[in-house]
Design a protein around this ligand. Structure first.
Ligand code: PGA
Length: 262
């Protein structure tokens, strides 16, 4: 069973993520972080930035791999994931920009960009901690319902629901949201050593319940996390509101052995 932590606030979730990263960093200064965009990871990156500053941590050798990127958007566009990752993670946390990777989405390299990206992750010995959001349709990265649970990094067509959800980043105009993306596959994501999925708000409740308690199915890509040996869901009460076993998860979390880290 995936670990499920029900928290009071995004800030509390962020602190838990930051603690996991700081603990892992103490063991391995060349930590490889899997990075996600969207509104969800914001508090987590802020908490990490705070910890790095307060504890004067050396993150100069930390590598980062973004989950996905739009196709058809200039990397310098403010809403490209290249820009978002640099603005929201690399700069505040103080990561080394030379060690940050975002899938290449230019037309010339697209046919082999996915394979190249997976090879780069492998060459870095894999992602240590992958932060994930979840779409209202259960997607992780841009793996929409129906995506193979064994998929590699590849180009995909965005679901209409995702484009509608993301229109808020494009002047509320869905027509400005790109049609295509390149995304780490579910199979790629599942190779990360620790998956930390964050979800906040009522709009995520159904997807969270389907991921944790529903059948493992390509129709809910996040349900693949049930097969991961080290997956942690950190959700607020609203996002947990459709879980049938919420009390049990809270009981388990309260009785977690002290030696067991996140
Ligand atoms: P959000 O998106 O964090 O902006 O809600 C999550 C996702 O689509 O994976």
């Amino acid at each position: 069973m995936a670990e499920v932590l029900i928290v009071k606030s995004q800030e509390e979730a962020g602190e838990i993520y930051a603690r996991a990263v700081v603990t892992a960093l103490a063991r391995n200064p060349q930590l490889v972080l899997g990075l996600a965009t969207g509104s969800t990871p914001h508090a987590a990156y802020q908490a990490l930035a705070r910890r790095v500053k307060e504890d004067n941590l050396d993150v100069s050798r930390v590598q980062g791999f973004a989950l996905d990127e739009y196709v058809g958007l200039d990397p310098e566009h403010p809403e490209s994931y290249h820009s978002v990752i640099f603005r929201e993670v690399v700069e505040p946390v103080g990561l080394n920009p030379d060690l940050i990777h975002v899938p290449h989405s230019d037309i010339d390299t697209l046919p082999h960009a996915g394979a190249d990206y997976d090879a780069a992750i492998e060459a870095a010995c894999g992602v240590d901690i992958q932060i994930l959001g979840i779409g209202t349709d259960g997607h992780i990265g841009f793996n929409e319902p129906g995506s193979s649970l064994a998929s590699p990094t590849r180009m995909k067509t965005l679901a209409e629901q995702t484009r509608l959800d993301n229109a808020r980043f494009f002047n509320n105009d869905v027509n400005q949201v790109p049609m295509h993306c390149i995304t780490q596959g579910v199979g790629t994501i599942m190779k990360a050593k620790h998956l930390v999925l964050l979800a906040f708000g009522k709009s995520k409740a159904q997807a969270v319940a389907a991921s944790i308690e529903g059948p493992i199915t390509a129709m809910c890509p996040a349900s693949a996390l049930q097969m991961h040996p080290h997956a942690t869901f950190i959700v607020d009460e609203a996002a947990a509101s459709e879980l049938k076993q919420a009390e049990y998860y809270q009981w388990v979390a309260r009785h977690k052995p002290q030696w067991q880290e996140l």
